[in-house]
Design a protein around this ligand. Sequence first.
Ligand code: EPU
Length: 423
Amino acid sequence: MDSILVKGGGALNGQIPIAGAKNACLTLMPATLLSDEPLTLTNAPRLSDIKTMTQLLASLGAEVTSLQDGKVLAMSTHGDINTRAEYDIVRKMRASNLVLGPLLAREGHAEVSLPGGCAIGARPMDIHTDGLTKMGAEIDLRDGYLHAKADGGKLKGAVIDFPFASVGATENIMMAATLAKGTTVINNAAREPEIVDLATCLRAMGAQIDGDGTPTITIQGVDKLHGATHRVVTDRIELGTYMLAPAICGGEVELLGGKIDLLGAFCEKLDAAGINVEETDKGLKVARKNGRIRAVDVTTEPFPGFPTDLQAQMMALLCTAEGTSVLEEKIFENRFMHAPELMRMGADIDVQGGTATVTGVEKLKGAPVMATDLRASVSLILAGLAAEGETRVARVYHLDRGYEHVVRKLSGVGANIERIAGD
Ligand code: EPU
């Protein structure tokens, strides 16, 4: 297994291009199942999760062709398809559950393996299945698979009140509802930019959707969707991650393609911590205002709140801030696995349930560390960039799931970072 070796200390200067969003692309790809005409995505990120989704869609009978070095995905799902999403693929990536709504809408039935938990929490699917049940699906769990069947072979519109604004459930129900009979209303829907991106793509395919980006989304079912070409929205989590690089190390970095409205709550916390974020005609420029970073308290929330997917990276910043910061994780029950690794680098962190108290230290010290998930992994790289000495981050396959060309992007702004093959 490869690892990443980081030598800390230097300031970072230059530009980093930001890719298309992993989490948008992973929900846009299953939308190909809703039409037998081609769907083409541009600005796709080059990630192993995208390869896993490609493999899953191919197993269902879709054709997915990767063009322009993976930046364009040309997809087509014509003719007969297979409706069973196998455990062997689904277990690798939870986002595989996003084929459930489209398969059910297209074929009237689907068999999708339950993904199981992961390093950050249990991650059940009750909000997805309760919504689909309201739309007339009968869903049983047998042999680890959800067996879903639409009453009369077609889903029906329904009013669905989510108990929590789940991103995946909003996406699954929104896709299912595009081909249902009648109108579906999702109350307490997720508002993430990836939801708006999916709605924009579905509208380009002929779907009738209103209210995306607000808590109430209305979808009027249509008989058929057609082909479209859609550009994947900028990855706000990759953006936020690299905004933290000059914040932690010093220097000034411009994030190409970045926009403040993708990360409003995050930018407010950076400002309070003493980091300047300026909009330019190409993206966002980030630098420290002056002196040491100040402690800030952070609570993760659904969009437009502070994203859970940036909590680990923010913790890396706050490890060397002046004062004590309190981080509350409200989305996932087990998302502080990076804390003990940061402590191996000299950080002062006390975790009690969903709350981490971080007391800033003057400097972190390099150490061999290990990541348990994607965001934890990149937080250790950020910490390593600011630490004294060498940090070796093992289990880099987590990183490959969500950050394309991480070594190239960070060394392009002057970071001392390399990938080491093997153990
Ligand atoms: N939840 C339920 N029941 C459900 C669905 C969700 O209890 O039926 C709970 C989850 O267990 C979790 C919370 O609700 O505690 C949030 O889950 P949500 O459904 O909103 O998340 P998701 O769709 O599974 C997406 C991203 C995650 C990101 C979350 C929250 C994708 C592919 N994944 O997951 O991204 O953290 O939204 O914003 O879009 C990552 O990229 O590192 C990542 C984990």
